[in-house]
Write a protein that binds this ligand. Structure first.
Ligand SMILES: [Fe+2]
Length: 391
């Protein structure tokens, strides 16, 4: 009996000391968000509460260890955040320029009064692997190419198949247009549902921009969406510019009326969509918007009219379309319907609308005054092909 007690005690001690000494790990990421011409946000999650920072180095051929690199910390109002999730915005970058980066998390073991005890550090590898690299956007670039996928609903390997079918490695950026998972339950849903696959494939080095779908608004983790995507931006709707294209990302909200029992009285998407109309009224003053050769709207729910149209899509039709007609856009890319639809511009909707299915990828290349679009299915077959010229 005594021997058994000693054995149990030794085992518990060993497990406890193992747990206490366990090395902090980067669990997910890093991945890029909101890459613009002079700034970018880098996001990652570690397995223990920690402070986080990014080291940034020029892509000049020097070894990452050749000198002390500039550090940018994850902070709020000047105080370093102790958190599992880290987001760092790096600023004052040069347009169209490649930067190397390294992420760090240092465990915070305790914080009592003015005493903080730090633990071990985890970082991305710059010795056995090439340091991670990203390139800032460049409004003066003559051409750009990009891909868009949507309505993945957590299905494994679909993003990889679609992006490979469209040669994602040659493209400047990737757009996610909503419903990447069905319910936003927890962080595992995000990473197991689509982000781990995306990070493994491209998202640490190639910019990804995300327009929220209606399914990302559901679930107990839905209010955490912006902690992970566009975490340093004021809103989930925004514009950015790459080469000849100005991208306008909108958030079309939910599909049913706000009063529907499914939303348990927690939403006001009608008001939120009106806020976006007010924001769009100011876009004509924005230089990136004004000077772009092509203006492309990314919005999950399409404004297409049909006898069975639901409230959310009606709002997109009745609120978003008039202001988009007024400010002038060249193309609207949507999802939501799980089928491919292409509608030419009409007197009511004065720009073409493409709805991409859940099993195809939109591939667009804009160069000078021309923009070419292809919709490619899982087998690599081109199922829609369109061309646009500047007006
Ligand atoms: Fe949807």
């Amino acid at each position: 009996m005594r021997l058994l007690k000693i054995a149990i005690y030794t085992f518990v001690l060993a497990v406890t000391s193992q747990l206490l000494c366990a090395q902090i790990k980067i669990l997910y990421g890093p991945y890029l968000q909101n890459v613009k011409d002079t700034e970018a946000t880098i996001v990652w999650e570690s397995d223990k509460p920690s402070v986080g920072w990014v080291e940034l180095a020029p892509n000049d051929g020097s070894h990452f260890y050749s000198e002390e690199r500039a550090k940018v910390f994850d902070t709020t109002n000047g105080v370093k955040n102790t958190s599992l999730l880290h987001a760092v915005k790096v600023k004052n970058l040069a347009p169209g320029t490649a930067y190397r980066y390294r992420i760090y998390s240092q465990e915070v073991l305790s914080h009592e009064g003015i005493s903080v005890i730090y633990g071990k550090v985890a970082a991305s590898d710059v010795y056995n692997k090439k340091p991670l690299v990203f390139t800032t956007c460049d409004p003066n670039k003559n051409e750009t190419s990009f891909l868009m996928v949507n309505d993945i609903h957590g299905r494994e390997n679909v993003i990889t198949k679609l992006l490979n079918a469209a040669n994602y490695k040659d493209k400047d950026l990737i757009l996610f247009n909503g419903d990447m998972v069905s319910v936003f339950k927890d962080r595992e849903t995000i990473f197991d549902g689509f982000m781990k696959e995306s990070i493994d494939l491209f998202a640490a080095e190639k910019p990804m921009y995300y327009a929220r779908g209606n399914h990302e608004t559901r679930g107990e983790f839905a209010t955490s969406f912006q902690n992970y995507f566009s975490p340093k931006e004021p809103f989930l709707y925004y514009i950015f510019r790459q080469g000849p294209v100005c991208f306008i990302l909108l958030d079309t909200g939910e599909d049913k009326p706000d009063s529907d029992i499914e939303y348990s009285n927690i939403t006001d998407y009608d008001g939120y969509r009106t806020d976006q109309v007010e924001w769009m009224k100011e876009l004509h003053k924005n230089e990136d918007f004004k000077q772009a050769k092509f203006r492309v709207v990314i919005a999950h729910m399409p404004p297409l009219n049909s006898p069975g149209i639901w409230h959310g899509q009606k709002e997109v039709l009745n609120k978003f379309v008039p202001i988009l007609n007024e400010i002038g856009v060249d193309l609207m890319l949507c999802g939501h319907l799980h089928r491919n639809v292409y509608e030419e511009s009409s007197s009511k909707i004065q720009f073409p609308v493409l709805v991409n299915s859940n099993n195809s990828v939109v591939s667009v290349k804009a160069e000078g005054d021309k923009m070419n679009l292809e919709v490619i299915d899982l087998d690599g077959k081109v199922i829609i092909k369109k061309s646009y010229s500047t007006k």
